[in-house]
Write a protein that binds this ligand. Sequence first.
Ligand SMILES: Cc1cc2nc3c(=O)[nH]c(=O)nc-3n(C[C@H](O)[C@H](O)[C@H](O)COP(=O)(O)O)c2cc1C
Length: 192
Amino acid sequence: MSKQVQVVYHSGYGHTERQAKAIAEGIDAEDGVGATLVPVDELADTEAPAWAMLDSADAIVMGGPTYMGSVSAALKQFMEASSARWMEQRWAGKLAAGFTTSGSQNGDKQNTLLQILTFAAQHGMLWINLNQLPGNNSSSGSVEDPNRLGASLGAMAQANIDEGPDVAPPAADLETARRFGTHIAACVKRWH
Ligand SMILES: Cc1cc2nc3c(=O)[nH]c(=O)nc-3n(C[C@H](O)[C@H](O)[C@H](O)COP(=O)(O)O)c2cc1C
């Protein structure tokens, strides 16, 4: 049976959804591992079947937009709703990873990833880093480089605030997300 990765995400306007879908594509590209996209709305009811899918997943990848320098309220609601699982440490030993999209180049995205990482640590989960060298950081670099935003903790994307999710985030950030997904899938196979 293939290994299962649940990609839990919030997206107010569709930009982070594109990033989440690219991560799922990358996961699905690895043989023997499958991704399921889980919009946080599906987890609003703590009795919803999507929670049981998280319990049985081999890894949970979590992400959302950076709003006011932190995770969005909808993603935070999911985090707090998971507290019954935390009490039992039901997700301990499960793999975890994080991602976020913001409007600004920096936009305080690091704080969002740190919040998701801290959340995973509270649950006793094992964190998967981005595992990509920074791009766009030398005279021969370009904004088209994968990991152009130079993240390490997880996947970052930037979407111009006057562009819709049909064109933003740009291809480089979606490629970063795809590669991250494939790395997550490889980690799942190695760990399990
Ligand atoms: C309430 C709100 C707060 C925001 N705060 C930030 C911020 O702190 N830093 C930033 O760079 N962009 C910020 N943005 C811009 C969003 O991060 C950006 O538009 C992102 O692409 C939205 O992703 P989404 O379409 O998945 O919701 C904010 C947007 C909103 C609506």
